[in-house]
Design a protein around this ligand. Structure first.
Ligand code: FRU
Length: 505
């Protein structure tokens, strides 16, 4: 019998994955296999705060509705199972497959406990699955890669096929050195050091959870150019030190020759320059998109990423129960050319809106003050395009109370190209001193139009703008009855050229 009461479930998301009654943090081992997307994650199987790290597991066929599965890899007295990745070992290079069948191989960090001979170190270990990812066996020869370091973790493994050959590559961090270390292997068991990237750009906190992948490069007109023209993207998460405080992710675009990643987008070599933070490549400007990594083995060249929708500043205190922490929406990432340079563009996967049609559409709304739209649900897609008028500031309030006393304020200041998300009146903000906050993001120089796609759920707001070049992800804990959307201009006029409101649940 389900004994969960409605009060406890106030904030359970409709569009995002959260555990039934336990804690989660980083997405791990994201892999598509046999028609199923597998989402593993840092999980405390015994409670709803960060502890007893194991790999939880959920599956989906549409990237939107997820089914929780039994815990995949459980901690024990010798090790906690920290973050890592999964590959489909198509050619059974590891030998873990039976009768030539392709096993799934998980590469995870063993955070060795006092009960272990390796106590105090973090090293990379393997587990294999012969049943498509549902049950896992740890490799008896673990760990397979150690530096005798206490902070060497979060291996992301992929198959490199290029001029240098065909082999497995692992990216892992030496967290306190702001370094991503690359290794190669032919069999996933034996690893050889290749190179190190970092420190560079953001170093306001330790580096965690890296990823490295190749994407097609569009030409200046935005078209995917000559077949084979690509760039490599290295992502790395950082905690704290994000552009708006706490946990955040950054990316670099460049070249990978099978040995070394060379960034073309580095603004600061070495330790960060505080004055140039806004120029760095941020995966998200909000405060709740961390530990993002991409799926492996997804067909049709799609690169899909998920982040943990939380921030280590207050992660263990957010007011949800019995579960704690959701994942972000799944994003499809690509490269876009901006002023002759490749940048990462991110869009929520199309599966989220596949069957949705706008419930209400408006055009040419001239704003001079506040215009309130009631009657939507708590879970909505809000799409708005604004043209500035005389107002120095305009935008929207989402998850608003009918009397205007509560809401998350998303505003644009065209002078300065600034987008802000203000959650100081978003609902329950009292559980941690650093939660009430205003996050800012720098937009592209004005084109005369500002188009926003905003996904709101029971405990989150995700803003996608500038054609996906800028995203802002924030947790909020509003009253369930606060479902108003308002448009506003402050101190003058602005025009909402179009507004579409789509109830998604
Ligand atoms: C990132 C992180 C990882 C580590 C895991 C432990 O949030 O600190 O570096 O593997 O969480 O749960």
């Amino acid at each position: 019998m389900n004994t969960v009461t409605s009060t406890l479930e106030t904030y359970r998301p409709a569009l995002h994955y959260a555990c039934k009654d336990t804690w989660l943090n980083d997405p791990n081992g994201l892999v598509f296999h046999d028609g199923v997307y597998h989402l593993y994650y840092q999980n405390n199987p015994y409670g709803n705060v960060h502890s007893n790290m194991s790999w939880g597991h959920a599956t989906s066929t549409d990237l939107v509705s997820w089914e929780e599965q039994p815990v995949a890899i459980l901690c024990d007295e010798t090790e906690q199972i920290f973050s890592g990745s999964i590959v489909v070992d198509h050619h059974n290079t590891s030998g873990f497959g039976e009768s030539g069948a392709a096993p799934l191989v998980a590469v995870y960090t063993s955070a060795f406990q006092p009960g272990s001979a390796h106590q105090g170190t973090q090293a990379q270990s393997l587990a294999w699955s012969r049943d498509g990812g549902y049950t896992w066996t740890k490799y008896a020869g673990n760990p397979v890669l150690t530096r005798n370091s206490p902070e060497f973790r979060d291996p992301k493994v992929f198959r490199y096929e290029g001029p240098a050959g065909s082999y497995w590559v692992m990216a892992a961090v030496e967290a306190h050195d702001y370094a991503v270390l690359l290794y190669r292997s032919d069999d996933l068991r034996n690893w050889e050091y290749l190179s190190t990237f970092g420190p560079a750009n953001g170093t306001g906190g330790i580096w965690e959870c890296p990823d490295l992948f190749e994407l097609p490069l569009p030409d200046a007109s935005g078209e995917i150019g000559d077949a084979g023209t690509t760039r490599w993207v290295l992502t790395v998460n950082m905690n704290p030190g994000g552009p708006n405080g706490g946990s955040a992710g950054q990316y670099f675009v460049g070249h990978f020759d099978g040995v070394t990643f060379r960034s073309e987008s580095t603004v600061t070599e070495g330790m960060q320059d505080d004055a140039r933070l806004a120029e760095y490549g941020w995966l998200d400007w909000g405060r709740d998109y961390y530990a993002a990594v991409s799926f492996s083995n997804v067909p049709n060249g799609r690169r899909l990423m998920v982040g943990w929708m939380n921030n280590w500043q207050y992660a263990n205190q957010i007011p949800t129960s019995p579960w704690r922490s959701p994942m972000s929406l799944v994003r499809e990432v690509s490269l876009a050319m901006v002023d002759g340079r490749p940048r990462l563009a991110q869009h929520p996967v199309r599966e989220i809106t596949a069957t949705a049609a706008p419930d209400r559409s408006y055009s040419g709304l001239v704003l001079d003050g506040t215009h309130r739209f009631e009657g939507g649900t708590a879970v909505q897609l809000i799409e708005a395009t604004f043209a500035p008028g005389t107002a120095p500031e305009f935008g929207l309030v989402v998850r608003g109370a009918g009397d205007g006393s509560e809401g998350t304020r998303i505003s644009i200041r065209p002078d300065g190209n600034l987008l802000t998300v203000d959650r100081t009146a978003s609902g329950d903000i009292g559980f941690h001193e650093s939660f009430a906050s205003v996050s800012s993001a720098l937009l592209k120089p004005a084109t005369g139009r500002y188009s926003l796609r905003i996904f709101v759920d029971h405990c989150s707001v995700e803003v996608f703008t500038d054609d996906g070049l800028v995203t802002v992800t924030e947790l909020i804990f509003p009253n369930p009855a606060s479902t108003c959307v308002s448009l506003f201009s402050a101190g003058g006029t602005a025009t909402a050229e179009s507004l579409k409101l789509t109830n998604l649940a």
